[in-house]
Design a protein around this ligand. Structure first.
Ligand code: UD1
Ligand code: CA
Length: 450
């Protein structure tokens, strides 16, 4: 079945009280809009159209950086959901399949639910995603007659009897493209809000003798975010689900409520994630890895058996091979760390490639930035980097080489060589005792004087 997505994201989101458009507020490390796009992407749509309005340029950037193939159209005035959907018409010209309209501020719709919606659309002209609301509040009400949906009435326009209905509109609509735009053309703004309601497509379709029905989902899927409090509640709901998913995937979390996942975190079976670990976007952890307490990871990949932390920071572009070990107070960025290689204490490794079975001593720094440009450090297999080595990039350390502790390495080191660059040690016999005597006498004199 050919599908296209139209994601409405032009609204201001007044209740967020923010300069940032509502749909760009992050949930689990990704804008709300990206969650809606991801949910829709599970249908394999032929095209995705995002309708932007408030903060359109920022929304366009976010949409295109998630999916460069999507189209972003602008609704310059927000005249209602039907008017918003109408803006997608040109972008969908020539498309003759089913259009699914989603809201950019509704992040939790499941792919199975959208699949059911598309399936139902093959039997009915208009399909609406509905839910039984615990508290129907200001949602649009679905007026049913048996299995058939007669119309949707907005809260503002509803009679008391209609307000008593608990089956509500999620906002998600499925309809063939040509029919949808024909119906939208007929919608007026003659209602309590003076807006063009997309929900009117139902009544208009029925008036033409067409069929309309409802696919039901759980209320938790249709949760829309309107305020900071709702955003925080949605984050909590996301994290609860992500932790439950991790347990199902065979991951050990001794303190699950302290571990924070991103929208795309993947953790393999028999991995252990200790307390207070934060996953930013783009992390994959393979089977049997350990992330120790208080570590922060983003944009990185941990191979089998690797260990990170406690108190480690892995930044984007970090690639740990099997059994690699990153210890406490180590920061790694844009670096490939070979099999069994260890960076155990207090180091910064950035823009680097490290071979296998190499050991990096405490306090080592790859000096990758000269104030203007970034440079790479390359370290071979079986290398021993002495503690507190400064590796001034670009620099290459050959296989099985060594650097002496405290060295500042500015030129390449050949394989199997020892590189030392530090002031030679000198020794003055008895000098320490002389110095102590002198200094103590000085202090005593000062104390007498004061
Ligand atoms: C809408 C539905 C209501 C449903 C509820 C579910 C209509 C008329 N009503 O009401 O039946 O129960 O959602 O949450 O559709 N938007 C635009 N341009 C506009 C107006 C809205 O892009 O001109 C976008 C908003 O950014 C938002 C979405 O459409 O993402 C929904 O708009 P909103 O004004 O929040 O609709 P509700 O009044 O909540
Ligand atoms: Ca809303």
């Amino acid at each position: 079945m050919n599908t296209a997505l139209v994601i409405l994201a032009a609204g201001k989101g007044t209740r967020m009280n923010s300069d940032l458009p509502k749909v760009l507020h992050p949930l689990a490390g990704a804008p709300l809009l990206v969650h809606a796009m991801q949910a829709g992407a599970s249908l394999g749509p032929e095209c995705t159209v995002v309708v932007a309005g408030h903060g359109a340029e920022l929304v366009r950037k976010a949409a295109l950086s998630h999916d460069p193939t999507c189209s972003v159209v602008e609704q310059t005035e927000q005249l209602g959901t039907a008017h918003a959907a109408a803006q997608a018409r040109d972008a969908l010209r020539g498309f003759d399949g089913t259009v699914i309209v989603l809201f950019g501020d509704t992040p939790f719709v499941r792919s199975e639910t959208l699949a059911a919606l598309v399936e139902a659309q093959s039997q009915h002209d208009v399909v609406i995603l509905g839910f039984e609301a615990a508290d129907p509040g200001r949602y649009g009400r679905l007026v049913m007659e048996g299995d058939r949906l007669n119309r949707i009435v907005e809260f503002k326009d509803a009679t008391d009897a209609e307000r008593a209905i608990s089956l509500c509109n999620s906002g998600v609509v499925a309809c063939k493209a040509d029919l949808l735009f024909n119906l939208i053309d007929k919608i007026s703004n003659d209602n309590a809000a003076g807006e063009y309601y997309l929900t009117d497509v139902v009544e208009l379709a029925r008036a033409q003798g067409l069929s309309a029905t409802v696919v039901r989902c759980d209320e938790s899927e249709t949760l829309g975010i309107n305020s900071r409090a709702e955003l925080a509640a949605a984050e909590a709901a996301f994290q609860t689900r992500a932790r439950a998913q991790a347990f199902d995937d065979g991951v050990t979390l001794p303190a699950p409520e302290t571990v924070h996942f991103a929208f795309d975190t993947v953790v393999g079976r028999d991995s252990v994630i200790e307390p207070y670990v934060v996953f930013g976007p783009g992390v994959t952890v393979e089977t049997g890895a350990t992330v120790r307490a208080f570590s922060h990871l983003e944009g990185c990949h941990l191979a089998r058996g690797s260990t990170v932390g406690p108190y480690a920071r892995l930044r984007p572009g970090t690639e740990l091979s099997e059994d690699a070990k990153i210890g406490n107070f180590v920061e790694v960025k844009n670096a490939r760390i070979g099999t069994g290689t260890k960076i155990n204490h207090l180091s910064y490794i950035g823009d680097a490639t490290l071979g296998d079975q190499t050991n990096v001593g405490a306090g080592t720094i790859t000096c990758n930035y000269d104030g203007v440009m970034k440079h790479r450090t390359e370290i071979g297999d079986g290398v021993f980097i002495g503690s507190n080595t400064m590796l001034v990039a670009p620099v290459h350390i050959g296989d099985n080489a060594m650097t002496g502790s405290g060295s500042v390495i500015t030129s390449d080191v050949e394989a199997e060589a020892l590189a030392l660059s530090r002031a030679p040690q000198i020794e003055k016999p008895g000098m320490a005792t002389k110095l102590f005597t002198m200094l103590r006498a000085k202090k005593a004199k000062q104390q007498r004087g004061s």
